[in-house]
Design a protein around this ligand. Structure first.
Ligand code: GAP
Length: 571
């Protein structure tokens, strides 16, 4: 298992990722991609767009698909009419439970505070931490030692009465007044495998908060809406309040009719969008995994209700395969179907594609992408108004006066099939991926350490990033073996020929072995070297990053060789 700190250090050292506004101390939950990171993330976005949209052939039935289908794209504004979020449910429901600490003034996501019961000196206390796994256990022990005024060597006086458990699930006599379990949207709690039990009155009198010295400093859990507000225009009042979109999906739904009216697409078809989304996460953490500004790659796929289950199955498998094809294979990637209790307010079936990120405790996975069967919830909401589930169906939610709580657009978003003469509201399958999480997963998966001979043949430790060639920020480096005898001139010619087609890098400085190592560390799959033999017969060596094998090709064939190997997918 790789060490996350080493990857974070490499990302910073080699210009993949920086903390946002680092020279001012950084801003929590925001990240900047450096010169290599921007290439990597663009390659991931472009691979997604190409594989899902521009290279999709609507004339053939893809493996596992019920029929052929069309794909088109959109690029919508980040700020949309505020009614969109009222009708979609985000205004009322898109929240996490949080607790505040009166002593430390810190705020925590309720489902992320874990702790252990411990007893010493006749007092039983629930000591908490914000950490995960072993880090949390260590942190809790250190805090318990301090709380009881013990020395480290007296740690054996602590009697542990429970394992690590979430504060949100405590079910103990003094907390049995917790009363009814309310349905909460736990969708955002990607790694949570429990149900939060919110109540109005919690008894936290024996709880030691993560950064507190005294007991009982936590407030009752409260809902915290995750949408970031803004005020377009000159007047900052309630009437002008808008939101930075928390997902790109709604831009697609509200443009459904525009797309139908302006193109010749027919159901089944999908609309794709890539763009920034914003969520005011209570505790952004784990590098870019949970950020406040991030990028999504979403598809809303519209189909006839009778075929929606089959399409759901298709997209669930197709999207999983996409990650495998780009190198996230093996035990660290999994496809997990949601339990009924986990489903969000609109969903009648959801599967997550998850990756075992190295910062998670062993056995835990973090969400890369969700594939949801959303039925007709979204299009109907934008027609009729905010919907709520009633029995097996969806009805418009009413306010105290019996009027629709949030009105829809009133526009007809039904689809008319001119061949079957049927009019219906299409069902939607939504594969929703995060570009930053995908980038993080590809970075984690790529990180490798091995031993390889250096330029003198001496086995030396090597760090290399085993990116799929399609994703690698730099596809090839071109070197003259030495800076003389006409070698730089030939290397520059090759570089000039490749540059319009690929991001390639020219380097003539230092020992060639060191130049190779520098490219290995940023994941460049091929290094092309002009040497003495090139002067004689026009051939150059191409070196493979992973196997270190070298072979010769004519200098005129470098472009074709790279094209073929990048498309084939292995170096
Ligand atoms: N339209 C559905 C939707 O937005 P979601 O599961 O909330 O669903 C989809 O988000 C994807 O967006 C996630 O699987 C994840 O990859 C990414 N994502 C969500 N919140 C994120 C955050 N705070 N930071 C980084 N990526 C995030």
């Amino acid at each position: 298992m790789m060490d996350m700190d080493q990857l974070v250090a490499l990302c910073r050292r080699r210009g993949f990722l920086f903390q946002s506004s680092e020279i001012y101390g950084g801003l929590n939950g925001f990240w900047d991609y450096g010169p290599l990171g921007v290439e990597l993330k663009r390659n991931i976005r472009e691979a997604w767009w190409r594989d899902m949209v521009s290279a999709h052939n609507e004339l053939v039935v893809p493996a596992g698909a019920p029929t052929a289908y069309e794909m088109v794209g959109l690029d919508c504004a980040i700020i949309m009419h505020p009614q969109v979020w009222k009708v979609s449910g985000h205004y009322d429901l898109f929240s996490d439970m949080m607790v505040d600490c009166r002593e430390s003034k810190k705020r925590y996501r309720f489902d992320q505070v874990c702790g252990r019961w411990v007893e010493a000196k006749g007092q039983r206390v629930f000591v908490t931490s914000e950490g995960l796994g072993d880090d949390a256990l260590k942190d809790i022990e250190e805090k318990a030692i301090k709380f009881y005024g013990l020395r480290a060597k007296q740690a054996d006086q602590l009697q542990w009465a429970s394992g690590l458990e979430p504060l949100a699930t405590l079910d103990l006599p003094q907390m049995e007044s917790m009363r009814e379990t309310t349905a909460v949207d736990v969708e955002a709690a990607e790694t949570a495998s429990f149900t939060i039990r919110p109540s109005k009155e919690y008894d936290f009198s024996r709880v030691l908060a993560p950064h507190a010295k005294m007991l009982g400093t936590l407030t009752d859990p409260r809902e915290f809406n995750l949408m970031l507000e803004t005020y377009p225009g000159p007047i900052k009042d309630e009437a002008n309040r808008a939101f930075l979109r928390p997902e790109t999906a709604q831009g697609i739904f509200v443009n459904f009719k525009n797309v139908l009216d302006s193109t010749r697409v027919r159901i089944p078809f999908g609309i794709a969008q890539v763009g920034k989304s914003f969520r005011n996460e209570i505790t952004p953490r784990n590098f870019t995994f949970r950020s406040r500004e991030f990028e999504q790659m979403e598809i809303e796929f519209f189909c006839h209700p009778s075929t929606s289950r089959a399409w759901y199955q298709y997209w669930r498998d197709r999207r999983y395969r996409w990650y495998v094809e780009l190198g996230l294979a093996g035990e660290r990637l999994r496809l997990r179907d949601h339990e009924a209790a986990e489903l969000s307010h609109y969903s009648c079936g959801t599967a997550d594609i998850e990756y075992a990120f190295p910062f998670l405790p062993p056995g835990q996975f973090g969400e890369l992408e969700g594939i949801a069967h959303r039925g007709d919830f979204d299009l109907r909401s934008h027609m009729e108004g905010k919907l709520v589930r009633q029995g097996d169906g969806l009805v418009v939610e009413l306010d105290a006066e019996g009027k629709p709580k949030y009105r829809g657009s009133g526009k007809d978003l039904a689809y008319f099939d001119d061949q079957t003469k049927e009019r219906y509201v299409p069902h939607v399958i939504e594969p929703s991926a995060g570009a930053d999480r995908a980038t993080l997963a590809f970075l984690c998966e790529a990180y490798r350490e091995d031993t390889a001979p250096d330029e003198h043949g001496v086995p030396t430790a090597r760090v290399f990033m085993k990116f799929h060639p399609r994703l690698a920020p730099v596809k090839a480096a071109v070197f003259p073996l030495v800076k003389k005898d006409g070698m730089p001139e030939i290397a520059r010619e090759i570089y000039a020929e490749l540059k319009p087609h690929f991001n390639v890098f020219y380097d003539e400085k230092g020992a060639v072995g060191r130049r190779y190592r520098r490219q290995d560390e940023i994941g460049t799959p091929f290094c092309i070297t002009v040497d003495g033999q090139t002067l004689a017969d026009g051939t150059v060596t191409i070196r493979d990053r992973d196997t270190l094998q070298q072979w010769r090709v004519h200098k005129k064939d470098c472009l074709a060789e790279l094209r073929e190997r990048i498309a084939r997918g292995n170096s």
